[in-house]
Design a protein around this ligand. Structure first.
Ligand code: S3P
Length: 188
């Protein structure tokens, strides 16, 4: 019975649930969990970029540069958001820095086709979590300084696109997913 009511809820939710937030906020882990609970496919924009480029994020940054990465990322963002198949999308931390991506997110949000969830975490948790990822060349030199300035520079963009905000500090992945569902139901 519980499973059925989750499916029903999934059908009433917008086509795409998009997770945004800084590197280390748990977008991919939480997204996978949420997708599993809602029986939806999980889409990670970094993985899509890697598949389309035929190389990993680090290699794209090193051989083609950040601009090339951002341009491919924007193509992926547009493609996944225009897809008719409902999904849970982890949008990589820098997606919101590009106006074209914010425009797509805001348009889809206005049309009721997506809801954007901003995951936050305190700096110590972010720093602990980003140690695990190899796909974050921007953090090679000074993770703490870079994440601090990213938090300052990007906050306005996350705020602009998101209609739900969840502070993940101290929460498990399952707890964050539950909190997102509670807030999404509150929007219905
Ligand atoms: C980036 C975030 C990374 C990855 C790349 C750049 C950013 O993804 O796209 O290293 O600019 O914030 P995650 O947010 O999934 O770590």
């Amino acid at each position: 019975m519980a499973e059925k009511s989750i499916d029903d809820n999934s059908q009433r939710l917008p086509t795409h649930i998009v997770l945004v937030g800084l590197m280390g906020t748990g977008k991919s882990s939480v997204g996978r969990q949420l997708a599993s609970v809602l029986h939806r496919p999980f889409v990670d924009t970094d993985k899509k970029v890697e598949a389309r480029a035929g190389k990993n994020v680090r290699d794209i940054f090193e051989t083609e540069g950040e601009n090339a990465f951002r341009s491919l990322e924007s193509q992926i963002v547009a493609d996944v958001l225009h897809s008719q198949n409902s999904s849970v999308i982890a949008a990589a931390g820098g997606v919101v820095t590009q106006e074209v991506n914010r425009d797509v997110l805001l348009r889809q949000r206005e049309d009721g086709r997506c809801v954007v969830v901003w995951l936050q975490a305190d700096m110590n948790e972010l720093l602990a979590r980003v140690k695990k990822g190899v796909h974050r060349p921007l953090l090679d030199a000074d993770p703490s300084g870079t994440l601090t300035s990213m938090a300052r520079d990007r906050e306005q963009f996350y705020e602009q696109v998101a209609s739900v905000v969840v502070d993940t500090s101290g929460l498990t992945i399952a707890e964050v997913a539950d909190e997102i569902l509670v807030q999404l139901r509150g929007l219905q």
